[in-house]
Ligand binder design. Structure first.
Ligand code: GRF
Length: 215
């Protein structure tokens, strides 16, 4: 895994929803902007549009639901098994809305990358875009942003930062305009950061320099 410098990096992308970030990755791979290929897409939710996007691009699309009463660690061990079967250089959490335990993360040290629609240390968890907006409307915030970071452990939206981008909030323009800017920033930052990681050899996510990259 990840020991050959010139081959395209193998990405497994974990999703839970629409998959617009997945699409940005697939498109960037297709137009050679990203020296990588998406070798599988795994969703914890059935029937999400992200799985259709994978299908449409000829990428294996796997739904892995949680069994009734299944312990989180057991699900994560099953998930690790499935993901490891695709031999990824990187595992990309692109709209993956489920906390991962060490039962999964322990199998992919320095190789799990998360995207979060807020700046480091701000607004961890769900609905970060809406919470940033509410704070802006309340007069306590003028900007938010997006970040891409490594996932070393079970901390939520926390870990060594690989890249960030600031998104200003214009309350006159409305929430939808702000959300659209955040999503644009996510797509760009995710592709750029993966580009940095995938161009680094031999083991992309372990270079100390990458923790200093900032968009
Ligand atoms: C993104 O805003 C991501 O940061 C958040 O969920 C959204 C997923 O969007 N965690 P998509 O499924 O990639 O369109």
């Amino acid at each position: 895994m990840g020991t050959t410098s010139n081959r395209r990096k193998r990405l497994v992308v974990l999703v839970s929803g629409s998959g617009s970030n997945l699409q940005a990755i697939i498109d960037a791979c297709a137009d050679e902007q990203l020296p990588a290929e998406v070798v599988a897409v795994v969703s914890n939710k059935p029937d999400v549009f992200a799985l259709q996007r994978a299908d449409a691009s000829g990428v294996p699309a796997v739904h892995m639901g949680v069994h009734p009463g299944e312990e989180r660690s057991d699900y994560d061990a099953r998930l690790a098994d499935v993901v490891a079967g695709f031999d990824p250089d990187l595992v990309v959490l692109a709209g993956w809305m489920r906390i991962l335990t060490m039962s999964f993360l322990g199998w992919f040290p320095q190789r799990v990358v998360n995207l979060h629609p807020a700046l480091p240390g701000e607004l961890p968890g769900t609905d970060a875009i809406a919470r940033a907006w509410d704070e802006a409307v309340g007069g306590t915030r003028t900007q938010s942003g997006v970040m891409v970071h490594l996932v070393p452990d079970e901390g939520v939206d926390d870990g060594p930062v690989l890249g960030t981008a600031i998104v200003p909030i214009d309350v006159q323009a409305g929430f939808d305009a702000f959300a659209a800017l955040v999503h644009q920033a996510e797509h760009r930052l995710l592709v750029d950061t993966l580009g940095d990681l995938c161009s680094t050899s031999p083991s992309p996510a372990t270079s100390p320099a990458l923790s200093e990259v900032s968009a």
